[in-house]
Ligand binder design. Structure first.
Ligand SMILES: [Zn+2]
Length: 109
């Protein structure tokens, strides 16, 4: 009697395509997922502003679901670091470069 399934919103996304992707990720990990708001998005797809899709999981899967979503977000983030100015010529270089693309001066921090 007390085994009523309680769902908690673990994440909200603005589009149903990403929601389905995340749902697939969670279900692949064995977590049952429900979504709300998807029908609403479809019904109002002609409008520029639509409601978020909510991803719901049972309470006992909340921690596991959050860990998976955090891992997913870390993977889509751009490379860490800031653009750096070359000490020799002053050119601004992307963070992934170890040497200046303009004059080949090695990066020095
Ligand atoms: Zn340079």
């Amino acid at each position: 009697m007390t085994d009523r399934r309680k769902l908690t919103c673990v994440h909200r996304v603005p589009n149903p395509i990403e929601a389905n992707l995340l749902k697939g990720l969670l279900e692949h990990a064995g977590i049952p997922v429900e979504m709300t708001g998807e029908a609403l998005v479809g019904a109002y797809s002609g409008l520029p502003k639509v409601g978020d899709v909510r991803i719901l999981v049972p309470d006992r899967y909340l921690g596991a679901a959050q860990a998976i979503l955090k891992d997913y977000e870390n993977r889509i983030e751009p490379p860490a670091g800031d653009p750096w100015p070359c000490g020799a010529c002053g050119e601004i270089n992307e963070p992934q470069f170890a040497a200046c693309w303009h004059c080949q001066q090695a990066r020095s921090d």
